[in-house]
Design a protein around this ligand. Structure first.
Ligand code: SF4
Ligand code: SF4
Length: 248
């Protein structure tokens, strides 16, 4: 069994805005790009160009439809380690390889101590652990410790790769243990929530809820038609209609 620190005053984590995330996967790709050469490198791929590609991704983006018909809403949901305060993924570790840092609350894996038993991935309720088949050890999001404390980088770049790259500004990084931090204020203003609090793991990361979809009279949930496009009888008609619109 591995012990957790009694408490961490600093709680570094992410705030992810489900209202503005457009599911472009830029965060996941930049995470892969940075971390395949970073602290837990490499993020191994298996059969990358084959029929059944598989590999290590610290950040995965899922897409859900919340309902049917006019009430349907598409939600893009990025998922990575939530750097929980009381995670069983650490306490079940038989070698001390999984640990939570007292100074900033980041949960890490020590590659030298990991024996690849996978107990931590069974214990993680959020599916955030990634087993590297080639290295035979467990890996996971490090909150980019090799960026956020990296004095060789300009100060503006000392943020996780996923946050730095998000074109929709849907990802935020900071100290969720400080009620005066920008991230804590954002959570307060927008009703940020913890994922599956019933686990008792006390995740640090927070999600900001999407706004409910506006349902207009006659709305069927199908994509809206382009205004005037119904008059176009063929594709050439459509393009001349579009030309007229654009040259206004
Ligand atoms: Fe990947 Fe870093 Fe974002 Fe974690 S914080 S998901 S490691 S980019
Ligand atoms: Fe552990 Fe999973 Fe929590 Fe990350 S999300 S700290 S891997 S239990």
């Amino acid at each position: 069994m591995t012990m957790l620190p009694k408490s961490t005053t600093t709680k570094l984590g992410l705030v992810i805005d489900l209202d503005t995330c457009v599911g472009c996967h830029a965060c996941a790709v930049n995470c892969k790009e940075w971390n395949t050469g970073g602290h837990s490198a490499p993020l191994t791929d298996l059969d990358a160009y084959g029929k059944d590609p598989n590999g290590v991704w610290f950040n995965r983006v899922h897409v859900y439809e919340t309902d049917n018909g006019e009430h349907s809403q598409t939600v893009h949901f990025p998922r990575s380690c939530l750097h929980c305060e009381k995670p069983d993924c650490v306490t079940v570790c038989p070698t001390g390889a999984s640990y939570k840092r007292e100074e900033d609350g980041i949960v890490l894996v020590d590659a030298e101590k990991c024996i690849g038993c996978k107990l931590c991935s069974w214990a993680c309720a959020y599916g955030a652990r990634e087993y590297d088949e080639m290295d035979g050890i467990m890996k996971k999001c490090t909150l980019c410790i090799d960026r956020i404390y990296n004095e060789n980088l300009p100060e503006a770049d000392r943020t996780p790769a996923c946050v730095a790259t998000c074109p929709a500004n849907a990802r935020h990084f900071g100290d969720l243990g400080d009620p005066e931090s920008d991230v804590s204020k954002l959570v307060e203003q927008r009703g940020g929530f913890a994922l599956m609090p019933e686990t008792g793991y006390e995740p640090v990361n927070r999600y900001l809820p999407p706004r409910p979809r506006k349902v207009l009279p006659g709305d069927t949930g199908a994509p809206a038609r382009l205004e005037g496009a119904e008059d176009a009888k063929s594709s050439s008609d459509f393009f001349s209609w579009l030309d007229k619109k654009l040259s206004r």
